[in-house]
Structure formats: structure tokens, C-alpha cells
Ligand binder design. Structure first.
Ligand SMILES: [Mn+2]
Length: 328
């Protein structure tokens, strides 16, 4: 569907229906959170009910936006009454976790920028050429002639800024800057947002960084860097999924490294979560992630699977060996 069609349809549905459920993906990041807040707040400003329903507690670094809209953590067996369901930045319906059944028999929207998105909703808009869903939401709101306020502008800015790694990643484009400059008209405080989202390091995170660096191994003439964290290394800390975010950059940013991989055991030693980054157009890491049930973008992909860390590690080396030849 074209964006102008989605805009028209959504305008119609906001007029027609009373209650909206806005869903971010599991282990929510800045893009999905920012977009959901912007959407929920906008719908509320039109006099309708909108609830942002998260799978897990909002990560601390985004908690400064908590009051921008109605938000809750999903409670099993609780009754949620709504007419329309809007899913943002979610490549795959399974990335909704326990909330995926909400789409059944409902008017539903799926707005995303992952090329692997198969269009699981009633109305789908997928554009893999943009930096973030934040970019799409801004363009959508413009087409809808939506009125924006400070909190909506701030949320869209967070979405774009985080998915582009602070306007540093390859997906950063002209439109990111054009949109952000327009958002500045709403007096958003870039310094405050950056401090919350990018700058501070908790003691726990420092510890994770230290171990991630310690565990780095280089392969294939230093073109591949892999690091891991095992449960025994961090179980004694009060850490959440969000604390592991960005650790993959430690391996990605090593000079000369083309592929950076970060793997960790999650809730058991048979549950692995991984992040993959590519610094070259020659290697599409989403293809590698896919062989472990994951997905994502060519330069940034992720996976989550029920295998041991060693199994994933060895499988990963094997996959990379296909690309880099058998010197290791
Ligand atoms: Mn995104």
C-alpha cells in the first residue's frame, strides 16, 4: 500500500473507531518505542483512546518519555478492549511475543522498514529504504495533516536518532536531517535526549563492556570479530536485556573488521541472543542471521534461538568460513 493510502485509511479509522492498541516489538528499541509513543499521543490528541502495550518494561534510557502517552506492560489474561491495532517497526509477527494474537479479527496496521516483513496485518506499509520507522511516521503524519506537539516531535526524533546510531550509521540519509531540523521547531532538547539515550553508562553496563572486550576473538585475518557473554559472567548483576544493547559495537568498530558478532546466553544456557554487524556491502549479515532463525538488515541483523552458545558460535564460524575461505 502507498503511504498516502495508509494516511487516508488511518485518518478514516481514527474518525470511525474509539479505541486503539499500539504495539512495539519485544525487547523494544528507540525506534519502536518512539514511534509507538508518537502514534499513541497523536491518536489521543484526536480525542480517542490509545494504549501503548509493551511486552516488557520500558528500558530505563527511554523512561523520560513515559508520560507522553498511556502505556502499560502486557498482563496475560487481562482483558484489553480495542478496535484497531497498530504495530510499528516489527519485522515479523512473532516479534510481538505474547501479544501477537491481538491482530486476529481486528482492523490492523503494520508499518515497518525491515525488508523481510511479510505484511501480516490488514493494512501494511513497508519501506526498507528509510533509516527508521520514525522517518515513515513523520512522513505519514505530514500526509495526514496531523498536528504535532513537543512530545510527539521528541518521540520521532528519538526513533530516528537511535536507529541511525546518533546519525552515524550507513542508513543516515538526507531526510533524517530534514525531518530532525523540522522537529527542532517544537523545542526538543537534543542535549537532554542524548544524555538519556546515548551518553550515560551504568556500573552494570561498564562491567558488561569490560567482559565483552576481554572475550573478543578475531578470525579470518582480523576481518571478523566475535565476542560473547556467558550467564555465569553476568548472572550476579541486576541486568536487563537493554543493558546488552550496543555491546556489538565494541566488535564492529575495531579497525579493519568487516563483520562484528556479539553473542550471549540469555535466560538459560540453551537460549542465545546475537547481534551481527557488517561494515561492508559485500556481506549481508541478515542472510547469516536467517540461518539461525533471525533476520534484519544487510548491515545490522539479530537472532534469538534455543541452542547453546557454542553451537551458535561454531555455526557462525562455519557460515563465515563460506565467505572468507578456510584459513581458520
Ligand atoms: Mn527500526
Amino acid at each position: 500500500m502507498k503511504l498516502s493510502k495508509i494516511a487516508k485509511q488511518l485518518n478514516k479509522d481514527i474518525k470511525k473507531y474509539d479505541s486503539f492498541l499500539i504495539l512495539p516489538h519485544i525487547m523494544a528499541d528507540g525506534d519502536t518505542i518512539g514511534c509507538c509513543i508518537a502514534m499513541a499521543r497523536y491518536i489521543t490528541s484526536r480525542g480517542k483512546k490509545a494504549l501503548m502495550l509493551l511486552e516488557e518494561k520500558i528500558p530505563y534510557i527511554y523512561s523520560f518519555m513515559e508520560d507522553s502517552c498511556d502505556m502499560e506492560v502486557y498482563v496475560p489474561d487481562k482483558e484489553y478492549n480495542f478496535d484497531v491495532c497498530i504495530v510499528l517497526d516489527t519485522a515479523d509477527i512473532n516479534r510481538l511475543g505474547r501479544r501477537k494474537s491481538f491482530l486476529k479479527n481486528k482492523v490492523s496496521y503494520n508499518i515497518d522498514h525491515h525488508k523481510t516483513n511479510d505484511g501480516y496485518a490488514m493494512y501494511n506499509f513497508i519501506n526498507a529504504d528509510v533509516s527508521s520507522v520514525g522517518e515513515i511516521i513523520y512522513d505519514l503524519f505530514t500526509k495526514m495533516k496531523a498536528s504535532i506537539d513537543h512530545d510527539i516531535a521528541q518521540a520521532i526524533y528519538v526513533a530516528i536518532a537511535t536507529d541511525t546510531g546518533g546519525f552515524r550509521y550507513q542508513n543516515t540519509n538526507k531526510n533524517c536531517f530534514i525531518i530532525s531540523s523540522r522537529l527542532m521547531d517544537y523545542d526538543i532538547n537534543v542535549e537532554k535526549i542524548s544524555e538519556w539515550v546515548f551518553e550515560r553508562t551504568s556500573m552494570n553496563k561498564l562491567y558488561l563492556f569490560k567482559n565483552t572486550i576481554k572475550n573478543i576473538k578475531l578470525y579470518f585475518d582480523n576481518r571478523v570479530a566475535i565476542s560473547v557473554l556467558r550467564r555465569e559472567e553476568y548472572m550476579h548483576l541486576d541486568v536487563a536485556d537493554e543493558d546488552f544493547e550496543g555491546l556489538v559495537n565494541v566488535v564492529k568498530n575495531i579497525e579493519g573488521v568487516e563483520v562484528g558478532v556479539f553473542l550471549r546466553e540469555r535466560n538459560s544456557d540453551r537460549e542465545v541472543k546475537g547481534s551481527l554487524r557488517s561494515n561492508t556491502d559485500e556481506i549481508d549479515v541478515s542472510v547469516i542471521a536467517k540461518t539461525f532463525g533471525g533476520g534484519g538488515h544487510a548491515r545490522a541483523a539479530g537472532l534469538s534461538c534455543n541452542m547453546t552458545l557454542d553451537q551458535v558460535y561454531d555455526g557462525m564460524i562455519e557460515k563465515l568460513n563460506e565467505v572468507y575461505g578456510c584459513t581458520e
